[in-house]
Design a protein around this ligand. Structure first.
Ligand SMILES: *Cc1c(COP(=O)(O)O)cnc(C)c1O
Length: 388
């Protein structure tokens, strides 16, 4: 068992060995290293075919058509393109965007920037405790100049799953573009874009056992407003980066998505089982509390708070576990999590919070070890402070 045990799959996942093996074949002189834009020889054609295949694999996992996928450097860029480009496209007539307080920083930042440029932003407060976005609150926020609703599918800190199917219906009925950040949910819970009214969807490769630095944006073909044509200038590889596509990255992402599609139906129950086991083992610790909604959340995230122990101490006493004090992006600073604050968790408790996230390579042995290790460490800590 490798120590520290990796329990931070929600911030990034290791590349699946099957993925890295595949990627290696797209780099060197004996592999398919050509420029997909090279039209005059087989090196280029092979590279282009590899991209076509990867795009199909990605589309297939989310129920999209190949032509509806564009490649980006990751979900951060996808979020930026989706929100910024839609806004500038429609700014003559529409001014209002609806989002929520629990979105990823990349969404919140771009919305804040647009606000400074004159757009109006409504940030919905999620339901206290479970963190879900209530449909009634969305409906109440809609104005005559609302053109975009941007909400995440699953939250990266507490794992809560929003009802994107019904939010999509609501958007359609009100003629509003719907953007979904699905970075945490793709491959973790089933998504079928054919059955949903989603216009734009962001996703990443490195949250699903693919390489970092590559991601995608789904742009619905039959969107009311013809987004695709306007959002980016089409070139023959459907990429927004305009330059040479990173074939090895794209092939890696394709393979990762293919594997996810094949494995998710026994991977999901396995992860739910581990998460349940983890919580069952930990919940007897006095002063422990679970954040978010255990049932309406993705199978790999468990967010817990401890009364009386701040997370700097927690990280120190739990040094055999690689865990996060919130999301990766906010664990660097000492501010308590804005996601937890927005679901009504007081500042103190929010500072005493850990996110445990599990994944494909988590083992039963690691779960058992972690439960015992956390229990013992906290017991020792409490004993130490009692005897002071
Ligand atoms: C990780 C994450 C992102 C950013 O994805 P990158 O591919 O790392 O840019 C955006 N949104 C959510 C919800 C995430 O979890």
């Amino acid at each position: 068992m490798k120590i520290p045990i990796y329990l931070d799959y929600a911030s990034t996942t290791p590349v699946d060995p099957k993925v890295s093996q595949k990627m290696i074949k797209y780099l060197t002189i004996n592999g398919i290293f050509g420029n997909p834009n090279s039209r005059s020889h087989s090196y280029g054609w092979e590279a282009e075919n590899a991209i076509i295949k990867a795009r199909k694999q990605i589309a297939s996992l989310i129920g999209a058509d190949s032509e509806e996928i564009i490649f980006t450097s990751g979900a951060t860029e996808s979020n930026n393109i989706a929100i910024k480009n839609t806004s500038y496209l429609l700014k003559k007539r529409y001014k209002h965007i609806i989002t929520s307080l629990t979105e990823h920083k990349s969404v919140l930042n771009i919305c804040a920037k647009l606000e400074k440029k004159g757009f109006k932003i409504t940030r919905i407060i999620p339901d206290i405790n479970n963190g879900l976005i209530n449909l009634k609150k969305i409906l109440e926020s809609i104005r005559s100049d609302t053109f975009l609703i941007s909400l995440m599918h699953a939250n990266n800190e507490i794992g809560t799953i929003n009802d994107i199917k019904n939010i999509g219906k609501l958007c359609k009925n009100n003629n509003i573009i719907f953007h979904v950040d699905a970075s945490q949910s793709v491959g973790k819970i089933p998504i079928n874009l054919k059955k949903m009214n989603i216009d734009l969807m962001s996703f990443s490769s490195h949250k699903l056992y693919g390489p970092k630095g590559i991601g995608g944006l789904f742009i619905k073909k039959k969107s009311k407003i013809f987004l695709k044509k306007n959002i980016y200038q089409k070139n023959n590889n459907n990429n927004v980066q305009f330059g040479t596509l990173p074939v090895h990255q794209i092939v890696g992402m394709g393979e990762a998505y293919k594997i996810a599609k094949k494995e998710m139906f026994y991977e999901i129950p396995k992860l739910y089982y581990f998460k349940k086991k983890l919580w069952k083992g930990l919940k007897k610790i006095s002063g422990i509390k679970i954040n978010g909604d255990f049932k309406k959340s993705i199978p790999n995230i468990l967010n817990i708070s401890f009364n009386y122990i701040d997370n700097i101490s927690l990280i120190m006493i739990l040094k055999n576990l690689a865990i996060s004090t919130g999301s990766a992006c906010s664990s660097g600073n000492k501010e308590s999590s804005y996601v937890l604050k927005s679901i009504g968790i007081n500042d103190n408790l929010a500072k005493n919070t850990l996110r445990l996230s599990i994944g494909r390579f988590t083992t039963k042995k690691e779960i058992n070890y972690s439960i015992k290790y956390i229990k013992d460490s906290i017991k020792k800590y409490n004993f130490f402070f009692k005897t002071l």
